[in-house]
Design a protein around this ligand. Structure first.
Ligand code: GAF
Length: 382
């Protein structure tokens, strides 16, 4: 990919670019907990977004997307984002840096990658992080990784219109080879855990569907959680997020909230517990028990948080009769994308054959399968 970007850059802009990358991510467990100040356990993967960038001496950004074979340009002094278009992410990050006082000048950019788009592997966070890092390296700005993560998140909020948490950008920027991260999204404290699964592997099955309500439902879930918190706050003003709420607190406000809000809050409280258990189990190498947590997480996401869909539910259900699968759940925001499966390594081919055939019989399309390798976070190519 690096060479392809370099060659295209030379062809279009007639010069050699600075080359950086930022990876996609998986999430072992801890879904929809990040914006509730809770815990998550993501990891960067070896699939990445690669950005080639060079100064062009103007006040314009001239862009070329290799994946969409499309060009786009925007002025650095006025931003008019095109909602849903890839340029939105690049514009968003550029705008955040300018707003923060960094003297960004005109640049040319070619980008592309191998992160499947719409699969819940955070290709957009990877693009945001790569663009922010690329600009920072090109103009020699002194931007900490932590700030980069927050500029990327803000770009998503203000330009893409998704009120996302911090997990995706954090995993993309901070990932380490062969390691899973446990992040406390309130304190931003984090720890790395080697992914040692003995005879087991993590394996993704991509439904290849993305139901259209994904973005609006995401923002709605966030509001529902906030509604729950504001009720608990009436009893205890010291509480600021679901992270501080117990199931007991929730029972006390049950009469004042809808059953949907109750369920959303219950799921988040329980999921936070599961993340802490999972990191403990990973450390103690109790792999079997992690599998059950994945199933429990899915159950909550599907029935309480209601962000699953029939394809994801079908895939998870299907694994329950396969004794070599320890656990399975939907991954990411939901309404499509991938399931993450903890499966006996030697059985992966058998698993793939069964799922491919039965999924096709059920839905008339074939899913995609991705083995997982954990890679390093945002960096410059040497
Ligand atoms: C999306 C968001 F971008 C993340 O912040 C996170 O909330 C995730 O959905 C659900 O866990 O990927």
């Amino acid at each position: 990919m690096k060479t392809t970007i370099q060659t295209k850059f030379l062809e279009i802009f007639n010069t050699d670019p600075l080359l950086v990358y930022s990876p996609g991510r998986i999430n072992l467990i801890g879904e929809h907990t990040d914006y509730n100040n809770g815990f998550v356990m993501p990891a960067a993967i070896d699939k990445k977004m690669v950005v080639g960038i060079a100064k062009n001496g103007s006040r314009k950004a001239r862009l070329f997307s290799l994946d969409f074979t499309e060009e786009f340009a925007f002025e650095l002094d006025s931003f008019s984002p095109k909602k849903g278009h890839w340029s939105t992410y690049i514009m968003g990050v550029t705008a955040q840096l300018i707003q923060a006082g960094y003297p960004v000048e005109g640049f040319d950019m070619v980008f592309g990658g191998d992160i499947p788009v719409g699969a819940g592997l955070s290709s957009s966070a990877a693009l945001e992080a790569a663009v922010g890092y690329g600009i920072s390296e090109l103009f020699e700005f002194d931007i900490s990784r932590n700030s980069l993560i927050h500029y990327a998140q803000k770009a998503e909020h203000l330009f893409a219109g998704v009120q996302c948490g911090i997990m995706d950008q954090f995993a993309s920027v901070m990932g380490q080879k062969d390691k899973v991260l446990r992040l406390d999204c309130r304190s931003m404290e984090f720890a790395y855990f080697p992914l040692e699964l003995e005879d087991y592997s993590l394996y993704l099955v991509d439904t290849k569907v993305k139901h259209s309500l994904a973005d609006s439902a995401y923002n709605q879930r966030r509001e529902e959680c906030e509604r729950g918190v504001s009720e608990v706050k009436k009893l205890n003003p010291k509480i600021h997020s679901l992270r501080d709420v117990t199931l007991n607190d929730l029972d006390r406000i049950k009469e004042n909230i809808s059953s949907a809000v109750f369920n959303r809050c219950r799921y988040v409280i329980e999921e936070n517990e599961r993340v802490l258990k999972a990191s403990d189990l990973l450390e103690k190498k109790k792999i079997n028990a992690i599998g059950q947590l994945l199933y429990d997480s899915h159950q909550g996401l599907s029935k309480l948080y209601e962000v699953s869909c029939m394809e994801l539910d079908w895939l998870v259900e299907k694994t329950k009769v396969l004794d070599y699968v320890l656990g399975s759940r939907m991954m990411g925001g939901g309404f499509g994308g991938c399931t993450i499966n903890l499966i006996k390594t030697e059985k992966i081919n058998e698993f793939q054959n069964i799922i491919e055939k039965d999924y096709y019989d059920e839905f008339g399309t074939k899913p995609a399968f991705y083995p997982i390798k954990l890679g390093a976070g945002t960096d410059r190519f040497d």
